[in-house]
Design a protein around this ligand. Structure first.
Ligand code: F6P
Length: 358
């Protein structure tokens, strides 16, 4: 009898998820395994189980699609991290229900494609005896145990496209343009998107900013005849004296956001320059994955099934030194990977006259 494995996508969606689902299905087929796609994230594991049978025809033509054909959620019964990372245990009652679904559906293993919070949930299921393999995904690129996550390159491409568009309108009007981008507590999207998009100022959570310094950069550029100043602000960026800007607070959970408006308003007040603000938001998460993310997603999917074949559970697929490998999930969820303030890329950005507002 063919072994049954399941794959679920959970947490915020990102481009490249469908490439993973497709690769899991194809690789599993080669190992003689049957794949059930678990729908709506972890919620699909609650009895009686919400599964979609995955085969070559069900996963044909999905590589280029954004989002996830399986659906996802970052709410519900399985939230293991809240806010900036405070851990919350999943109730034993919920874990028992998952075990029941494993037993009734005869599941041999489960692949969890998720970010930091979802892999923390996965770790708990593994510690309760379930055969779990993790696949990292997030546009934020903030997982310590992998050099890169798929979704990041697509998000950066979206930022660069937005910058190219904003640049022409900003220059035409001799304006300051502020672009707020995602990334939670890590500044990778702002740093890469800003550098590639020709930003003059990049504000990231790891380097608290001073609005006087930001305004001084704008004044200097004006003095030297620059037709525009492009400012990229990560949603988690914060001033030297002050905290992050929170958009909404609901049931202990919050969304970052609003810093772009504050920065734009203050620049206009301090410099007298006409300033406009654009919040890129979920455009960064949607649309077709880039080639890099399609390849990374595919390779992660292949490796996840190999791990199951080798009975290596409690592991997360990871990218290191141009190879796909694996690390224990508990190493992956222990620490966020933030931008080291003195790293080479930050130094190179500074050398190319990008200000970090510090
Ligand atoms: O973690 C991915 C991410 O897109 C963050 O960059 C952003 O802060 C958050 O998710 C937004 O979440 P939601 O889709 O729930 O608004």
């Amino acid at each position: 009898m063919r072994k049954k494995i399941s794959v679920l996508t959970t947490g915020g969606d990102c481009p490249g998820l469908n490439a993973v689902v497709r690769a899991v299905t194809r690789t599993a087929d080669r190992y003689g395994m049957e794949v059930l796609g678990c729908c709506e994230g972890f919620e699909g594991l609650l009895p009686p189980g919400n599964f979609l049978s995955l085969d070559r025809s069900a996963t044909a033509g999905i590589m280029h699609l954004g989002g996830t054909i399986l659906g996802t959620t970052n709410k519900g019964h399985f939230i293991a991290k809240i806010g900036a990372g405070d851990k919350a245990a999943i109730p034993q009652e919920t874990i028992q229900k998952v075990r029941q679904t494993f037993d009734t559906c005869g599941l041999h293993a489960l692949i969890i494609v998720g970010g930091d919070g979802s892999l923390t949930t996965g770790l708990q299921l593994f510690e309760n005896g379930m055969p779990i393999v993790g696949v990292p995904k997030t546009i934020d690129n903030d997982l310590e145990a992998t050099a890169i996550t798929f979704g990041f390159d697509s998000a950066v491409a979206c930022v660069v496209d937005a910058m190219d568009r904003l640049h022409t309108t900003a220059t035409s009007h001799r304006r300051v343009m502020v672009l707020e981008v995602m990334g939670r507590h890590a500044g990778w999207i702002a740093l890469y998107g800003g550098m590639a998009g020709g930003a003059d100022v990049i504000l990231i959570p790891e380097i608290p900013f001073d609005l006087d310094r930001v305004s001084e950069t704008v004044r200097q550029r004006d003095k030297f005849g620059a037709k525009s100043t492009m400012v990229v602000v990560a949603e988690g960026a914060r001033p030297k004296q002050g905290g992050q800007y929170l958009h909404t607070v609901m049931g202990g959970e919050y969304r970052l956001g609003g810093v772009g408006e504050v920065v734009g308003h203050e620049i206009a007040n301090r410099t007298g320059k006409e300033t406009r603000v654009c919040v890129l938001g979920h455009l960064q998460r949607g649309g077709a994955p880039t080639a890099v993310d399609r390849i990374l997603g595919t390779r992660f999917g292949v490796h996840a099934v190999k791990l199951i074949h080798e009975n290596k559970f409690g592991m997360m697929v990871s990218y290191a030194d141009d190879c796909i490998t694996e690390v224990p999930i508990n190493e992956a969820v222990n620490k966020l990977r933030q931008v080291p303030p003195d790293c080479q890329i930050v130094q190179d950005a500074r050398a190319s006259e990008i200000s970090f507002g510090d």
